[in-house]
Design a protein. Structure first.
Length: 180
């Protein structure tokens, strides 16, 4: 019997007592690391979706497309986050505003605080406008942070003028200003 290891297969040649020859080709078993590795197609899909989708949204899309992680089962947000970390895929669309220093995600939505600053109102006003339907927002969970959709038209319509707080000047300050 002769075994020849090739890159993808093992060739087996058996010489029987009768001088007959049997040739077999057997696929090489995967290494444990390769068997557990997430397919490159999945990694490419995560890379494609990451700029405009949250980890939860990506997991739902991958599951709907019938793709599976390396260890099997279904995708979860934490498995997507692990793939992102392992393959250096940036987090452009986080679920929480703490991971978004600019206040605006890759999908264009603003955190409630960033929206409040942009519109010159406080965060409770943003919450009221979202609850009343005046502003469109999404949340990862029922009590999760809001991500607000703001278009230039909405900003122009809802932006409040900046309130200036003037300092009161005393008589002494007014007198110094007149003398100058």
């Amino acid at each position: 019997m002769t075994l020849v290891k090739r890159e993808q297969v093992i060739e087996v040649r058996i010489r029987w007592q009768t001088e007959a020859l049997t040739d077999l080709t057997v696929p090489r078993p995967k290494l444990v690391a390769d068997a557990r590795r997430t397919d490159s197609q999945v990694v490419a899909r995560v890379r494609e979706l990451a700029p405009t989708h949250t980890a939860t949204q990506i997991a739902l899309l991958l599951n709907a497309e019938g793709l599976r992680p390396g260890l099997g089962g279904d995708f979860t947000a934490s498995k997507v986050d692990w793939i992102r970390a392992a393959y250096g895929i940036p987090l452009d669309c986080p679920e929480g505003p703490g991971f978004c220093p600019s206040g605006q995600r890759g999908d264009g939505r603003y955190s409630a605080l960033a929206a409040a600053e942009l519109l010159n109102v406080n965060v409770s006003t943003i919450a009221d406008w979202c609850n009343s339907g005046r502003l469109e927002s999404v949340r990862a969970g029922t009590h999760g942070p809001r991500w607000i959709t703001l278009t230039p038209e909405i900003i122009a319509e809802l932006r409040k003028p900046v309130q200036r707080h003037w300092k009161r000047r005393g008589a002494r300050q007014r007198m110094q200003n007149m003398l100058q």
